[in-house]
Design a protein around this ligand. Structure first.
Ligand SMILES: [Zn+2]
Length: 298
């Protein structure tokens, strides 16, 4: 069976076609026309039509987007592509594509992709983490996304940073209206902002990582503060969910030392005499969003 996945992003819209075993049959991307909902619908319909014509087959359709469908209203919410908010995206696509369409946020698509045939394959409970512009997460159990009545399962980014140290209180203001959310400490810009606060000079994540690799003490200290926070935040997840594996994704996950250092640190926070949870690098990288969207249809 053909599975079509669409990654509906703020700047580009991408489609992928997978076969039963996850082989990529086709991939195409177009620029997202910002601000016009009808154009967004038409873009998705054209991508699906063109793909199916080219492959000579009809497929299931899953959509990954940074926002979410409200279970109460069936309308989109929390989209940073703001023209989607308040729209009945799923119903409109079901009607235009004449089949069921599933929509999930990009962290859930990431988790599903890595659990299905990525780094988490073969594990029962997979916690997929996005450390990117935002901090999100998704939970896959026995190959299926855990959703829940509020559809926020795995959304750990707006929990408070656990076991805060004195200098971490109340923590940076978050766009959600609270202070000290995990996202404000672990998102893409957080490392360089934290470095600037301690050293008075703003340099990029990349510059901090390479300076630390050369033994520069202040940059090394910034990485250590970040991984200490990541360890505490993930220890909290392990205490509640105890997943079989945790897979890291997003731009901030590409720093190799996290994978060794964080499991060394989290043992002191997990309520267990030893911690055997593997912390893995993702397999599909930036493709996990669109691949996970395709797996929604299985
Ligand atoms: Zn928040």
């Amino acid at each position: 069976m053909l599975r079509l996945g669409i990654d509906l992003g703020g700047t580009k819209t991408e489609i992928i076609a997978l076969d039963d075993v996850g082989r990529e049959l086709l991939r195409k991307r177009v620029t997202t026309e910002r601000g016009d909902y009808d154009v967004t619908l038409q873009t998705i319909v054209s991508l699906v039509d063109d793909t199916e014509r080219e492959l000579g087959d009809r497929g299931s359709v899953g959509i990954g987007t940074p926002g979410a469908l409200s279970p109460a209203t069936g309308l989109m919410r929390n989209c940073n592509s703001t023209w989607l908010n308040g729209q009945a995206l799923r119903d409109d696509l079901i009607q235009r594509l004449d089949r069921d369409v599933l929509i999930e946020n990009d962290a859930n698509c990431f988790a599903l992709s890595e659990a299905t045939d990525g780094a988490g394959a073969g594990h029962r409970v997979v916690f997929g983490v996005i450390l990117g512009t935002g901090v999100g997460g998704g939970v896959v159990v026995d190959g299926k996304l855990l959703t829940g009545p509020n559809r926020i399962a795995g959304e750990w980014g707006h929990n408070p940073l656990p076991w805060p140290r004195d200098e971490e209180r109340p923590g940076p203001a978050c766009y959600c209206g609270k202070n000290g959310c995990i996202e404000t400490f672990l998102c893409g810009p957080a490392l360089s902002r934290d470095h600037a606060q301690h050293n008075g000079m703003e340099i990029s994540t990349h510059e901090i990582v390479s300076a630390a690799a050369q033994g520069e003490a202040c940059s090394l200290a910034s990485l250590e503060r970040y991984e200490d926070r990541l360890a505490r935040a993930l220890a909290n997840v392990i205490n509640i969910l105890d997943p079989d594996v945790i897979v890291l994704g997003g731009g901030m996950s590409n720093i190799p030392r996290w994978h060794q250092r964080v499991p060394e640190l989290w043992t002191q926070w997990v309520f267990s005499d030893r911690v055997d949870t593997p912390l893995l690098r993702n397999r599909h990288g930036d493709s996990s969003g669109v691949r996970g969207a395709a797996w929604l249809g299985s």
